[in-house]
Design a protein around this ligand. Structure first.
Ligand code: BG6
Length: 487
């Protein structure tokens, strides 16, 4: 992909964790690949506790370089990448400093992108300060999650940012939308005539979406303890995946066609009532345990976490979509930290044959299933029944496999790289529109409220397991179980 879209990419939170692990490595990858970033494009890092550009470059060498290119750094590319980086020492709490920023960027080329890799409490002050020196004009602004804490606080941010930037200037990141397999899900559904006719209530019995992590809260205990899994993962990543799995075919891949269809799904989610919540929602918290042979501590003892915290680190939900395509089909969502494996996948369980001429083994569970694995490896696997070799008609589950890393050996792109290139090139399709975000909060909020009102602690689970037993019991009531295969 060749580009001539020149840009000035202003990175607020230039020494933060996200800049270190994701944003700068992604920009480096795009630079290294060649042809993706205009040669004249510049990165202006903004930070307060760094004296000048040379000190910032030293920080980049020490902290960012270890996170780039798993297979070793291309030194020549790294050296030329550093020449793209400028630095502005700015105290975000001091609006006068933005005059310095304006002066620093005024002669730099191309479209201006302001990336707010900061806490959400700084979003509005930064946007106002940018506007006070005219930097909002013709610029793009990128907002990281979490965008607010609930519907009200997210609306307050969106209202205030919306007074300064038009909706088409605002790029709300959900990095799951930038993952290659999520793009592939669109290709699978809308590029093949094979699956789409079966993608509905008549043929689908249930759908599962799992994002399981082995990691705990790491160094983010403080943030996480005020957030919890429902806000951290369900309100955004899981509901975005759900909306892509369930949406109607868009008439094109332009940004609003895709986002309109996702929005329709989010608006059709059946509200979870306080009476039902015990049956359709499970919350858990990890206790100590063993993961890959290593002992790991309980959530409540992690740094930054309050003693006796009742924050959930695991959520499982049964979700229904109230429309013609999906009425009555349960969507089971689950996410958690310190689980038995790191895996993200979507499982479409098709209905069994209505009558088996081949005997009872043709009704066995485990066949008629499509598994789309997002990570750790990208595969699509279609399980079907086949006859076992030999005498008689004994059926066994077999699978057709598509392993993308074997099929396409090159060209894999990290989510952040794709999304940053989209911002620079003005492509909004993979960013969350305000109305989508509101619809997701509106659906999630009654669950949060009910959990808060009931004051019940989350169910404990040992680290290294698949979460509380209640999550399995919820599926057992529907005659199914979570797919938990070894990687
Ligand atoms: C982030 C969450 O949005 O996604 C983290 O805040 C989580 O808690 C992360 O660990 C998971 O992303 P990935 O790409 O590693 O699955």
């Amino acid at each position: 992909m060749q580009t001539d879209s020149s840009f000035t990419f202003v990175l607020f939170g230039g020494t933060g964790d996200l800049s270190m692990r994701k944003i700068l490595p992604a920009l480096f990858e795009a630079h290294r690949a060649g042809g993706m970033l205009a040669d004249s494009g510049k990165i202006v890092a903004v930070a307060r506790h760094v004296a000048d550009r040379s000190e910032y470059l030293q920080w980049v060498n020490e902290h960012v370089k270890p996170h780039v290119s798993k297979n070793g750094v291309d030194e020549a590319a790294w050296a030329s990448f550093l020449t793209r980086i400028e630095f502005a020492k700015i105290d975000l709490g001091n609006p006068d400093d933005f005059v310095l920023l304006r002066d620093a960027v005024k002669d730099l080329p191309g479209i201006r992108v302001f990336y707010l890799a900061t806490g959400p409490s700084l979003f509005v002050p930064i946007c106002r300060a940018l506007a006070s020196v005219g930097l909002n004009e013709n610029a793009r602004i990128v907002l990281e999650k979490p965008l607010g804490y609930d519907l009200k606080s997210s609306n307050a941010i969106n209202d205030a940012v919306g007074e300064i930037f038009a909706e088409e200037q605002i790029y709300r990141i959900d990095h799951y939308l930038g993952k290659e397999p999520v793009q592939n899900l669109l290709a699978l559904r809308f590029g093949n005539a094979l699956f789409e006719p079966l993608w509905r209530r008549e043929w689908v019995e249930s759908i599962q979406i799992t994002i399981a992590e082995e990691l705990g809260v790491e160094a983010r205990g403080d943030f996480y303890d005020n957030t919890g899994a429902l806000r951290d993962m369900v309100q955004n990543h899981l509901l975005q995946l759900l909306s892509i799995v369930a949406m109607e075919p868009p008439h094109s891949m332009d940004s609003d066609s895709v986002r309109d269809e996702k929005l329709r799904v989010l608006r059709a989610l059946k509200p979870i009532s306080p009476l039902d919540i015990g049956k359709v929602a499970v919350r858990g918290q990890y206790h100590s345990g063993v993961i890959r042979g290593n002992a790991v501590p309980a959530y409540a003892t992690e740094p930054g976490v309050k003693q006796n915290s009742t924050t959930e680190t695991f959520v499982a939900l049964k979700v229904e979509i109230e429309n013609w395509r999906w009425a009555g089909v349960p969507f089971f969502l689950r996410t958690g930290k310190r689980l038995a494996d790191r895996v993200a996948e979507i499982v479409v369980n098709f209905r069994p044959v209505p009558h088996s001429a081949l005997g009872a083994s043709a009704l066995r569970a485990g066949a008629n299933r499509l598994v789309i694995r997002l990570q750790p490896n990208e595969t699509i696997r279609l399980y079907c029944l086949a006859k076992q070799p030999g005498e008689g008609m004994n059926l066994a589950s077999v699978h057709l496999d598509l392993a993308f890393d074997q099929f396409f050996r090159e060209g894999q792109m990290e989510a952040y790289q794709r999304l940053l290139l989209d911002v620079i090139n003005g492509r909004l399709a993979l960013f969350v529109r305000r109305d989508e975000q509101e619809a997701a909060w509106r659906w999630v909020e009654p669950i949060l409220n009910e959990w808060k009102a009931s004051n019940k602690p989350p169910k404990p689970y040992a680290s290294g397991t698949w979460g509380p037993a209640a999550a399995s019991a919820m599926l057992a009531q529907h005659g199914t179980c979570w797919l938990e295969e070894e990687n």
